[in-house]
Design a protein around this ligand. Structure first.
Ligand code: BGC
Length: 741
């Protein structure tokens, strides 16, 4: 980075001497479009094509002759990935490429706190800067449609409004560092099974209401400088060169002025890549994770084959200039931004940020008889059970795998927090995944244990009988087939016989607390048998500390679920309608129809009256909150007007805490089927004991609208509406009836 800035300055100096005048494209005070046009006017056709594709696994060339530097990308989205070799997936073997691992994006979404999202974007942006990256491959905002999607942990949940509000601050704060966000995976990449050959059939209303809003917000409000095309197909065209997604919607309707980057190996055809909106091609001849072809860059779809088409007239210069212009804009905004700082890596501030994000995102799902927080009783005996208490989770899961400088394990965090108060013992309970390697990064942990399931349970039960509290830390992990890229889960249930372990522990000790580490909903057949359940996500470097903070009450939990936990898989709309993971066609493509339409997540549960295990928006606190009456400044609203709702919320307990107040809108009578209610506002409000604050939400007709596919526009139908102030999707506290005139 430092070298790069010096080079840019050097290029400026050279031009200043040789032409006596700074070329326009190097003048950072000049309008961006003018700089782009000036640079294009100086570039040869070959130079323009050269900047449209990779020159290594993660880097694309600039125009050395003009002092335009190369562009360095990196995964994303939870930390800055370790360096791989120039054009192989093997580790480069650097010793200075570790990072802080931040909590997974599901945890960020569970904070329901846009300020925390800005902290995330700022912190990861500083790490990316220090590591010399121009584009961070993230954040991801694909909607949580099925709990089997192996990649849900990299996304922001099931609701388009929540995901929109949470992605915007991340993108803005990240880019304020001069590092581009590359929002992914655009679009409809809602499961991983057959991701390269699944074609999504979806109606326009569902597309615009559920699956596009977070991308649109990232582009229009966040100002994202780049976006990543998804692997799958839509309307039988791959999303990396999809005429409707990229040309019509992204660049047309939304006015996106940044660059479309292919997912690694997501481009398949030169003519489509030229015509259908792809700007920058990466990872061709690879599956994105490991298989590849060395030094194949000239054979990329947007390389020599493009030059041939330009030479014989099959391709035109205007399209090339548009693509090259977008890539130049991305380089000017990032690599050639001379105002950016050097960033910082693995700083105390970044660890503190990671811990804070974790603290705000952990969700207390159940807490009968206030078994939590753990009391500070001297001499107390605590037993920790479970593989996830001792397993590093920052390695694995696919491209978001990290080489974390450090990772505090749950057992270590709990031990540290209880030092001098309790004795902490440990029992393995079950053996799951004893490996610890991804893409050449190893955890260095040896988790081998050859005892049988019966022996492990017997040991845990025996110890549990003598403990005051049992903390079971289990859940999923980052192994293929669980929370990992390129595969989906096979079932909703917990793997490795964990249900048996939990049942046995619950019988042995009534104070058994379950901490579920996962990026996905899991089945909990034992839900009523344990007094407390904590949803802990993948929390990154400070995971063990964040978990201990919440268990001990140093932090009062304030997260709420960004997606529904169904009791059974069949309670989920996508699975109830039976078209997952699609039907195999003769041409090897799976057709997947989103038959549940707009009824995704809580929209399905509410409308079909199916009780969830834990609802969207659910999360408890160590204090209690009372909601007053929902009121509004008017009872009738004009189509161009707004209505402001108010509701007082009081902390009625004895601890300070934060409540996430949710506003849903319901349209009981409409010309189309509408979900029972939809989230249109939320606020996380911090309250001292006894304190009351009034939360207000102002909405306009857009919050009352549905997408009318016939007219291709949003429509709010006059008539009666209901506003609902809720503590969760299944916990309505007060309602207000109003009318749209
Ligand atoms: C993933 C992307 C990632 C890219 C580069 C692909 O396999 O789908 O999310 O950014 O690889 O590692």
């Amino acid at each position: 980075m430092k070298i790069r800035n010096i080079l840019t300055a050097a290029a400026l100096a050279v031009f200043a001497v040789s032409t006596a005048e700074t070329p326009l494209y190097l003048d950072e005070n000049a309008p961006l479009d003018a700089r782009v046009a000036d640079a294009l006017s100086r570039m040869t056709t070959a130079e323009k094509v050269a900047i449209l594709h990779a020159q290594s696994k993660f880097c694309s060339p600039g125009v050395a002759r003009l002092g335009i530097p190369e562009l360095w990308t990196s995964d994303g989205p939870h930390g800055v990935r370790a360096e791989v070799k120039w054009d192989e997936w093997d580790q480069a073997g650097w010793t200075n490429d570790s990072c802080v691992a931040f909590p997974a994006l599901t945890c960020l979404a569970a904070s329901w706190n846009p300020e925390i999202s800005a902290l995330y974007g700022q912190s990861i942006g500083e790490e990316a800067l220090y590591r010399g990256k121009d584009v961070l491959l993230g954040p991801g905002v694909n909607i949580y449609r099925t709990p089997l999607n192996g990649r849900n942990f990299e996304y922001m949940g099931e609701d388009p409004y929540l995901a929109s509000r949470m992605v915007v601050p991340y993108v803005r704060a990240l880019q304020s560092n001069g590092v581009a966000a590359c929002v992914k995976h655009y679009a409809l990449n809602n499961h991983e099974a057959n991701r390269h050959n699944t074609n999504i059939n979806i109606d326009d209303r569902t597309l615009y209401e559920i699956y596009l809003p977070a991308f649109k917000a990232a582009v229009q409000e966040g100002g994202a400088w780049s976006i990543m095309g998804a692997y799958n197909l839509y309307r039988n065209e791959h999303n990396c060169h999809n005429s409707r997604m990229l040309n019509d919607i992204l660049k047309g309707e939304w006015g996106f002025d940044g660059a479309v980057i292919s997912d690694w190996g997501g481009a398949h055809d030169t003519d489509q890549a030229i015509a259908n909106g792809l700007d920058l091609e990466f990872g061709t001849w690879t599956n994105g994770l490991n298989n590849g072809r060395t030094s194949a860059y000239d054979t990329y779809f947007l390389a020599d084959p493009y030059l041939e088409r330009l030479a014989d007239g099959r391709a035109d210069m205007a399209t090339l200039d548009d693509k090259a212009g977008r890539v130049l804009r991305l380089i000017f905004r990032t690599a050639m931004n001379s105002h950016k700082s050097f960033g910082s890596l693995c700083s105390d501030e970044h660890y503190a940020a990671a811990r804070r994000i974790g603290n705000e995102g952990i969700v207390l799902l159940r807490n009968e008889n206030n078994v939590l927080p753990l009391p500070a009783t001297p001499g107390m005996r605590v037993l920790v059970v479970g593989e996830n208490a001792i397993k590093m989770m920052t390695v694995g899961g696919g491209s978001s795998s990290l080489k974390a400088q450090r990772e505090i394990l749950p057992l270590d965090g709990i031990r540290a927090a209880l030092t001098g108060i309790a004795t902490v013992d440990y029992a393995r309970g079950y053996v799951g995944d004893v490996t610890g390697e991804y893409n050449g990064v190893t955890t260095g942990q040896d988790l081998t244990d050859s005892r049988s399931a019966a022996e492990l349970i017997a040991e845990a039960v025996e110890k549990a009988r003598n403990a005051d509290y049992v903390i079971f830390v289990g859940g999923l992990n980052k192994l293929s087939g669980q929370d990992a890229e390129d595969t989906d889960r096979a079932e909703l249930g917990l793997p490795y016989g964990q249900d048996d372990v939990i049942e046995a522990l619950a019988q042995a000790n009534p104070r058994t607390i379950v901490v579920n580490v996962s990026g996905n909903a899991v089945a909990m057949p034992w839900v009523d048998k344990v007094p407390a359940i904590v949803q802990a996500w993948y929390l990154g470097s400070e995971g063990g500390n964040s978990i201990a903070d919440v268990l001990t009450g140093r932090v009062n939990p304030s997260g709420k679920l960004p997606f529904t936990f169904p009791v059974h898989l069949a309670d989920n709309g996508a699975h109830a309608m039976g078209d997952y993971p699609g039907t195999l066609r003769d041409d090897g493509i799976y057709d997947q129809t989103y038959r549940e339409g707009v009824l995704v997540g809580y929209r399905w549960h509410d409308t079909r009256d199916i009780a969830p295990l834990f609802a969207f928006g659910h999360g408890l606190s160590y204090t209690t909150f009372a909601y007053g009456e929902l009121t509004a400044d008017r009872s009738e609203l004009n189509a161009d007007g707004t209505i402001t709702f108010s509701i007082p919320v009081t902390n009625t307990g004895s601890r300070a805490g934060a409540e996430i107040v949710q506003l849903y809108i319901s349209d009981p009578v409409a010309s189309v089927m509408r979900p029972e209610k939809e989230l249109k506002g939320f606020e996380k409000v911090y309250l001292e004991p006894g304190e009351t604050k009034t939360v207000t939400f102002t909405v306009g007709a857009d919050a009352l609208s549905f997408f009318d596919a016939d007219t291709h526009s949003w429509k709010a139908e006059p008539g009666a509406f209901k506003a609902l102030a809720c503590a969760a999707a299944d916990d309505i506290r007060s309602t207000y009836d109003f009318t749209l005139r």
